[in-house]
Design a protein around this ligand. Structure first.
Ligand code: ADP
Length: 246
């Protein structure tokens, strides 16, 4: 059992708080700074987009926030927790409960049906299988795949796999949803549909969403857009849902 209690989101002023975050890969001559002092708050109810050229540090920042990569300096609190100070099993438990991921590579399990894939986060939390599958059906319906519940991931297109990955990130209603290029395989209309769904999730009480994207067709869904360049946030546009510009 984890020693991290599930805190009510309302008890944290912000969903994610980063201060002076630094991270470099390698050492000596091979040292590559990836984050050079990131200050960023992600507010409850907010959809924040991270944009920037390849190599600017977007993936590194997501990985540090998710507790999958240790920072070298600075502070990073997720729902009030400093994951770097937690044991590996505590981090894994926290991620399973509180974070939903949409990876670029989808990471679907090939031998499970779409409904079973989407049910996995609930089953990991100990949900009863029947209830988990029913919930998975509901979320697959919401992403427009209600007629494909029992097929295998290998039988559907890349765009459909991406929607399954999004359904899997939403099914357990995590407080923080982290998406890496969630619309990269989707046509304009499906991309808009999926972003509207993600935006709706971000607006639910106690939730927050971070989206890394190159897709300027979906910028309209962002509350704020943070621009990264060479490991630094060089500009933040927009305002938080409460209107408090950061
Ligand atoms: P982005 O997601 O914006 O493309 P990354 O966070 O992947 O940027 O990379 C930021 C910098 O860190 C780049 O200079 C990249 O080459 C370097 N980098 C990323 N991952 C590694 C790694 N595993 N080993 C060494 N350097 C890395």
């Amino acid at each position: 059992m984890s020693t991290i209690p599930p805190h009510p989101a309302e008890s944290h002023p912000v969903a994610v708080r980063c201060r002076g975050l630094e991270k470099a890969y390698g050492t000596g001559d091979a040292r590559t700074p990836a984050l050079r002092g990131i200050d960023l708050d992600i507010h409850h109810g907010e959809l924040l987009m991270l944009v920037g050229p390849s190599g600017s540090g977007k993936t590194t920042l997501l990985s540090v926030i998710a507790g999958m990569l240790d920072r070298d300096a600075g502070e990073c609190l997720v729902l009030g927790h400093d994951l770097q100070q937690c044991r590996a099993d505590e981090r894994a438990h926290f991620r399973g409960q509180s974070i939903g991921f949409v990876f670029q590579s989808f990471n679907l399990l090939p031998s499970l049906t779409l409904a079973e894939n989407v049910a996995v986060p609930l089953l990991i939390q100990g949900a009863v299988r029947k209830g988990a599958i029913t919930k998975a059906h509901d979320v697959l319906n919401a992403v427009g795949l209600g007629d494909r519940l029992h097929v295998l991931p290998t039988k559907i297109s890349g765009g459909q796999q991406q929607r399954v990955a999004i359904a899997r990130a939403l099914v357990h209603e995590p407080a923080l949803i982290i998406c890496d290029e969630p619309t990269s395989n989707l046509d304009h209309s499906t991309g808009h549909h999926v972003m509207a769904l993600l935006k709706q999730q971000a607006q639910a009480p106690g939730r927050a969403l971070i989206v890394v994207t190159h897709d300027n067709r979906i910028f309209e869904f962002a509350d704020r857009i943070a621009h990264l360049d060479d490991g630094r946030i060089v500009d933040i546009s927009g305002s938080t849902p409460t209107g408090a510009a950061q």
